[in-house]
Design a protein around this ligand. Structure first.
Ligand code: ATP
Length: 939
């Protein structure tokens, strides 16, 4: 970036800076005079331009910057060499960023004067407001981003007198432009929809038509390279394409919205009590981390139920209320009970999502890889590598201001915890702008890793027992008061409850919360004092006591089954989902109220929120799985997995069919799919996504000794794949879980390979997995292409293709036929040793020619046209005209579809994408980059 410097002896000089090294600077916003009036870069180089009218603006800006203590300033007329096309184009794309990064922006209004003027009644008026409102500055296109991008915008009259800034003048600006006051007050643009932001453009004019849209790019958080001959319509289209890509990328990176998780966690835990977390704000370790520039990582550690999660919720709230607008705050809550948010990749994705949401320009680091790989970048086997690189780049971004990153419950990160820890250690040492807070239980493995961080501070809840005790005391008082009001306790009972809780809580919030929860459900007529005496101190003893109560109740069997199933599920499920997954609840399919009651009876372990069943706390699940395993899993957890697997497949066998959402169009994009009012997949989503995981955990291998059992299960899977496989893939696509499907099919493949006497199953799993891997992209993005592209472009001998032949699109044939085996390649026409760049039909459509002739666009380096000198054949263009009555067959502009009458019909796998194509009647011939030529006929 070039910047001007206005020296002490009024000497003007120009300097270049690397992006990483730009000093504080002021920036000018103005409207251009005629080209000859403005001082150009060339003028400055030669020391000329001093007599031009535009020179006054330079002097004004230089003096004002000097007055504000800024040594450098930037003016578009002379800091860009517009004769250098590449530089000019780059500058147009960087402009928003330059305005945003400026310390101050001076708006010079050449048509607003502060001179007194006479009005009719001979009194004088100072008001420049009418001129301000009708200033040309508000009518030009580029000045919109100059108003919105910088934090400080000051307005000056033609005499250089200050009129105010964008905050003090916000009402006037709002009246003139209709831009909302919050925007002028500095609310981030990302908080407004694309439509709202487009509306702010109003009727602003630009010299070149295309600029009308290029000038909106920064405001919409995207970049569009200028191409001035394209026209406004094309510029708008490219702008919106970029906006949609940004939206898709942000959507795809989001594993969950951590803001919703935080809300949910606070609500399920009974609401956040400020008086029980505020102690941390005065804690020495916390203050050191917060106030000391060199302290970058705070580790909050403590035993289960000591209030770490709620403490972090409180820290987030306090930071949110106190940090400047430009500071970023991103957080993530790991939860072991939910497989969507219990892995290292999910943590990075969640944090990135929140960062990008606050500062969309950071998405460029993701887009570098995402634009090639799509969503699989975040989900495939290399997701961690890609995400950790992206994250490191984001943290190094020059535009990143102070950033807080908060991760709760590292101990609940079930996949790749060590990788995550070492990443935190490394990154917390790498950037001084980034401050981390993490929390976990007192696990030695976490201790060992975090010990390596250079600038860490540790906050142990056990070592701060006094503060925690005081916080728990407040919590007990609040809870007891609530209970007493709700249950109308006498003062004696209230006092007895308070005393018992205080004596036995042992600084553990959770213990108090669980006892109070139990007392809430205790009927009034029961002797509360007797009841409370039965709650033993210590979390595990309390859980044991609660389990005993359940075991002694009338509904013991049902409750224990529900606990067993819930304990092995991979994510929290809705009540209706729980019913279809639990053998023992089969009779309650139409009686969900009773299921609610059963869950209520398990209330010391389970809780319901928004109709979803959660464990009250991770420690409750841990207790059941480790310390009460014998009571909960009578025949081992494998049996529970096996039952869930069997229930899942029975359900899927019944529900799955072709086009469950009535999409009809073969090219209907998954992204646009809306949930139908009566969702046929409502209770089948969980089984769809997790049936293979449950099968694998049912330890089929160990059942190998029981040959009948093994055969039975192999047969169930075999039948399902034979009869429902493609419908299952469609359902996975509708559930946006194809990537998980690929991982699951690999797990299944590994499993069946280890089994004996399952050849038939082996064969179908092999083929089914290959089909899914090869066609993943098509199915993932267009659910119904599983019956078109996936079938037509699978080998003729593919078992799945043969089994689902009846689902192939009627009247479409691909010739030469796709090879027999998965690795077979298409027929290659003789004589092609290079890219096939041209194919054409002869006039009678009986002959097909291909050639390798290229015409290159010298400026862009892209291939523009093909086929010259093929005089005996019609050119490609000639064949584009269709015979009347026929559907127009064509190739989509991005080369990925065969379309009929502009409707997407058949998605092309990458090996089949044409470098050239020709149409004759109902046939389309395609030549590919690898030297293959193939034909697709629609009858
Ligand atoms: N500040 C608070 N406001 C309201 N409730 C709180 C607060 N702190 C703790 N609690 C109560 O205590 C329970 C346990 O707290 P929390 O889940 O934060 O513990 P934790 O230390 O994160 O436990 P674990 O390590 O086992 O996950 C919560 O479910 C909630 O009921």
């Amino acid at each position: 970036m070039r910047l001007l410097h206005y020296g002490e002896s009024d000497k003007l000089s120009i300097h270049s800076f690397d992006n990483s090294n730009i000093p504080r600077y002021a920036i000018l916003s103005h409207t251009w005079g005629t080209d000859g009036d403005e001082v150009s870069f060339a003028d400055l180089q030669t020391g000329g331009g001093k007599t031009k009218p535009g020179y006054n603006k330079i002097l004004f800006c230089g003096e004002q910057a000097r007055h504000d203590g800024l040594q450098y300033f930037w003016i578009d007329t002379c800091c860009i060499d517009t004769t250098d096309k590449a530089e000019h184009s780059q500058a147009i794309q960087s402009m928003f960023c330059w305005y945003r990064s400026a310390t101050k922006c001076y708006v010079y209004l050449s048509d607003v004067s502060t001179r007194k003027r006479k009005i009719r009644n001979s009194s004088t008026e100072l008001s420049w407001e009418p001129a301000f409102k009708s200033s040309r500055w508000f009518a030009r296109g580029w000045t919109l981003q100059e108003l919105l991008a910088p934090t400080v915008v000051e307005f000056f009259s033609q005499e250089g007198k200050i009129l105010g800034n964008k905050t003090s003048l916000k009402l006037l600006i709002h009246k003139t432009t209709a831009i909302p006051l919050e925007v002028l007050d500095g609310t981030p643009l990302a908080c407004f929809t694309v439509e709202q932001r487009l509306r702010w453009k109003g009727n602003r004019q630009t010299k070149r038509n295309e600029d009308a849209w290029y000038s909106m790019a920064g405001i919409l958080d995207v970049e569009v390279a200028p191409a001035y001959s394209e026209g406004a319509a094309s510029a708008f289209k490219r702008l919106m394409d970029e906006v949609h890509k940004l939206e898709r990328c942000t959507q795809d990176i989001r594993p969950t919205d951590p803001r919703d998780d935080k809300k949910r966690i606070e609500e399920t835990k009974g609401g956040l009590l400020a008086d029980s977390y505020r102690w941390i704000l005065d804690n020495t370790a916390f203050r050191q981390w917060h106030e000391n520039k060199h302290s970058r990582l705070l580790w909050v550690k403590g035993d289960p139920g000591k209030g770490k999660t709620m403490l972090l919720c409180g820290v987030i709230n306090e930071l949110q209320g106190s940090i400047p607008r430009t500071t970023l705050l991103s957080y993530f809550f790991c939860q072991a009970t939910d497989s969507r948010i219990n892995s290292a990749t999910a943590v990075l994705r969640g944090l990135l999502y929140m960062l990008v949401h606050q500062q969309p320009s950071l998405v460029s680091h993701i887009r570098k890889k995402y634009d090639y790989a799509g969503k699989s970048l975040f989900e495939d086997a290399n997701a961690w590598v890609a995400l950790s690189e992206i994250f490191a780049d984001v943290l190094q971004d020059a535009s990143l201001s102070t950033t807080y990153l908060i991760i709760d419950a590292l101990d609940e990160c079930m996949t790749d915890l060590l990788k995550l820890l070492s990443f935190i250690v490394k990154q917390s040492s790498a950037s001084s702008r980034v401050k981390w807070v993490v929390s976990s239980r007192n696990w030695p493995v976490i201790e060992e890793e975090l010990e390596r961080a250079e600038h860490k501070t540790r906050l142990s809840l056990e070592l701060n027992a006094e503060s925690v005790a005081a916080a728990v005391k407040v919590f007990i008082q609040q809870k007891t008061r609530q209970l007493a009001q709700e249950k109308r306790y006498t003062p004696e009972v209230e006092d007895a409850v308070l005393q018992h809780l205080t004596l036995n809580a042992n600084n553990t919030f959770l213990w108090v919360a669980l006892v109070c929860q139990d007392l809430r459900t205790t009927p009034k007529w029961k002797n509360v004092l007797k009841k409370i005496a039965q709650f033993p101190p210590g979390l595990d003893s309390l859980y044991r006591r609660m389990l005993q109560q359940i075991s002694e109740s009338d509904s013991a069997d049902m409750c224990l089954r529900v606990l067993a199933v819930t304990a092995v599920l991979y994510r929290p499920v809705a009540v209706a989902e729980l019913v279809v997954l639990t053998k023992q609840l089969a009779e309650f399919v139409d009686n969900l109220e009773s299921v609610h009651e059963i869950i209520g009876l398990c209330g010391s372990f389970l809780t319901l929120r928004d109709n979803t069943v959660y464990f009250v706390h991770q420690s409750a699940k841990d207790f059941l799985v480790t310390k009460a395993s014998n009571e909960v899993f009578l025949n081992g957890p494998e049996c529970v997995h096996r039952d869930i697997f069997a229930k899942s497949l029975t359900l899927l066998q019944k529900t799955l069919r072709r086009d469950m959402y009535n999409l009809l169009a073969p090219g209907y994009p998954a992204q646009k799919v809306k949930l139908p009012l009566l969702d046929p997949l409502a209770v089948s989503r969980y089984p769809c996504v997790y049936w293979i995981d449950h099968l694998c955990n049912s330890r089929l291998e160990s059942a190998a000794s029981n040959a009948n059992k093994l055969l039975e299960e192999a047969t169930i899977v075999n039948t399902f794949l034979k009869q429902r496989y493609l419908y299952w893939l469609e359902a996975l696509s509708l559930c946006r879980s194809i990537a998980k499907g690929v991982v699951s099919m690999t797990k299944l493949w590994d499993l069946v390979q280890g089994l004996r006497n399952t050849d038939a199953l082996n064969e179908i799993v092999y083929d089914a997995r290959r089909l899914l891997m090869y066609h993943k992209e098509a199915i993932e993005n267009y659910p119904l292409q599983v019956y078109a592209s996936a079938l037509l472009f699978s080998p003729a001998d593919s078992l799945t293709r043969r089994l689902f032949q009846h689902e192939e699109p009627r009247g479409v044939a691909v010739k030469p036929a796709i090879g027999n085996g998965w690795s077979a390649c298409l027929q290659t026409l003789e004589g092609h040793s290079d890219t096939v760049t041209s194919v054409a039909f002869s006039h009678d459509s009986t002959r097909l020619a291909s050639a390798t002739v290229k015409i290159w666009d010298a400026s862009s380096g892209t291939c523009l046209q093909t086929l010259e000198g093929h005089s005996e054949f019609s050119s490609l263009v000639g064949f584009a005209t269709q015979q009347p009555g026929h559907e127009a067959i064509s190739i989509s502009s991005d080369n990925t579809w065969i379309t009929c009458n502009a409707q997407k019909r058949l998605w092309l796998p990458s090996d089949y994408r044409p470098s050239c194509s020709a149409v004759s009647g109902r046939s389309i011939c395609l030549g590919t980059g690898s030297g293959k030529v193939w034909l697709c006929c629609f009858t």
